[in-house]
Ligand binder design. Structure first.
Ligand SMILES: Cc1cc2nc3c(=O)[nH]c(=O)nc-3n(C[C@H](O)[C@H](O)[C@H](O)COP(=O)(O)OP(=O)(O)OC[C@H]3O[C@@H](n4cnc5c(N)ncnc54)[C@H](O)[C@@H]3O)c2cc1C
Length: 449
């Protein structure tokens, strides 16, 4: 599908200044911190460090935004697969604190499930629990108590057990266990109940029941807002400046790009996953800590002429997701519809042509094409890394993931959705970006100019 521009009302480009290479060389010794990577983690780091008074340069190898970009397709704005901002979690609170504007709305609660060859309503409260055929008999009571527990948000997290082990320990009836596995998939994007840490999965479910927002203008609005804010606070934001080498001489880092070298006391590696950070630092990825395998999904993004029969449809037996993102979000001209369809991939799974066919078939069952809503734009992303580190029960869940400070490399810090012990997905990128900004600034302050 050709990528056409979708107009300034729904998709923005960065207003952050781009400085030419001669100026870059002049500025090289004025940095306290160099941030490598201009996705959400890098942008949060740059904005918070600049606000705290550090002299910051951010170097992004491509266009700003990373996996949070939104692109135009025949007048429809597509995020890179389905993106939902978790209510009250780290990214949302950081945006609010930095006064970065964002607008969006909660998705519909009319959710249907494909389960055992039937279509049933997802129980969201006591009334729908009594009516749904998704769970019956004893499983109804177990589901009610589980939902109440998630809503209360209290109690210790079952860290150190896999999701499957935790479900078995609770002796949940299989119907209720299948529902929990499905909810965890949707909340974490992970399709590995035999590996994921139950503590991390339950933490994410507690957050999911607080709600999510689909964003007007897509997640590009966050990229633009954060880049503008960072620049206004004094950070220099440079795109299309890939970092090709790093060296530590004495107590300062030299960061090489094809345009020249930059020097700083602290560097923050926010360049995606552990492989890039390790390659740049010249170490093995395992030396940074136990990140776990990447969490991946195959995604089908659709621009439709009209709404479909189902707003949201999730597979219980199959790891499938279908959700209408516009409405409620504004991503295309009034009256249009944007739908994201996804299959959660197992760590060892390689998507094939059949994966793509499955996604189209699932979309048709929800009311797309063939007598349903006409398809005006579509894009298939066959293998997306949603998050770079699945929190594994075997390595202690979130707490076992790589820390922000790199022990063997003083002055080097990590940020991203695979770093730190408090959150998942973009909230982990924001949380680690916040800590990296703080630690990098403290380190720089202790290094003589
Ligand atoms: C399909 C999908 C669905 C998702 N859904 C959700 C969701 O619903 N909710 C949620 O919270 N999160 C979601 N996420 C996750 C979220 O998008 C990511 O966690 C977040 O965008 C990661 O930000 P980051 O900055 O850590 O990494 P990235 O976005 O990967 O940014 C890294 C940046 O570093 C740059 N870079 C790499 N190498 C270099 C180099 N050598 N020099 C300079 N720059 C370099 C890259 O170009 C890139 O821009 C989803 C992701 C996907 C793919």
């Amino acid at each position: 599908m050709a990528g056409a521009s979708i107009g300034p009302t729904v998709c923005h480009t960065s207003a952050a200044p781009v400085v030419n290479s001669a100026e870059v060389i002049d500025m090289e010794d004025r940095n306290d911190i160099i941030v490598i990577g201009g996705g959400l983690a890098g942008l949060v780091t740059a904005a918070l460090a600049a606000r705290a008074g550090s002299r910051v340069t951010l170097l992004e190898g491509h266009a700003l935004g990373g996996r949070a970009r939104t692109t135009g397709h025949e007048g429809f704005g597509f995020n890179l697969g389905p993106h939902a901002l978790y209510e009250g979690a780290e990214l949302m609170t950081t945006l609010a604190e930095l006064a970065v504007p964002f607008h969006g709305s909660a998705p519909s609660t009319r959710i249907v499930l494909e389960i055992g060859g039937r279509v049933e309503r997802l129980p969201v409260d006591a009334r729908s629990l009594l009516r749904t055929g998704a769970v019956t008999g004893r499983a109804r009571v177990a589901t009610a108590s589980l939902l109440a527990g998630l809503r209360s948000g209290r109690g210790p997290l079952p860290t150190g057990l896999t999701l499957d082990e935790w479900l078995a320990e609770r002796r949940l009836p299989e119907e209720a266990a299948a529902l929990v596995r499905m909810l965890c998939r949707v909340g974490t994007y992970s399709n590995a109940p035999d590996l994921i840490d139950a503590g991390a999965a339950v933490l994410q479910l507690r957050r999911a029941v607080r709600g999510v927002r689909y964003l007007d203008g897509g997640w590009q609005s966050l990229v633009v807002g954060l880049a503008d804010r960072a620049a206004a606070l004094g950070a220099v934001i440079l795109d299309h400046q890939p970092v090709v080498g790093l060296e530590r001489t004495g107590r300062r880092w030299t960061v090489a790009t094809p345009a020249g070298e930059h020097r700083a006391a602290s560097i923050v590696l926010a360049a995606g996953g552990p492989e890039v950070a390790a390659r740049l630092l010249g170490v093995e990825p395992a030396a940074l800590g136990a990140a776990g395998p990447p969490v991946r999904a195959a995604c089908l993004d659709l621009g439709l002429a009209a709404p479909t029969r189902d707003d949201l449809r999730f597979g219980v037996d199959e790891p499938l997701y279908y959700s209408t993102h516009m409405p409620p979000a504004r991503l295309a001209p009034e009256g249009s519809v944007v739908v994201h369809v996804a299959r959660y991939l197992r760590p060892e799974e390689r998507p094939t042509a059949a994966t793509r066919d499955d996604l189209w078939a699932f979309a048709r069952r929800a009311g797309v094409g063939e007598g349903g809503a006409e398809v005006r734009a579509h894009r298939y992303l066959h293998d997306m890394v949603v998050a770079h580190g699945l929190p594994l029960a075997a390595t202690g869940g979130l707490a076992g993931r790589p820390p922000v400070a790199v022990a063997e490399a003083p002055g080097a810090f990590l940020a991203g959705d695979w770093v730190g012990g408090t959150a998942l997905l973009a909230d982990a990128a924001a949380a680690s970006g916040r800590l990296a900004a703080d630690l990098a600034a403290r380190h720089a302050a202790a290094v003589p100019a």
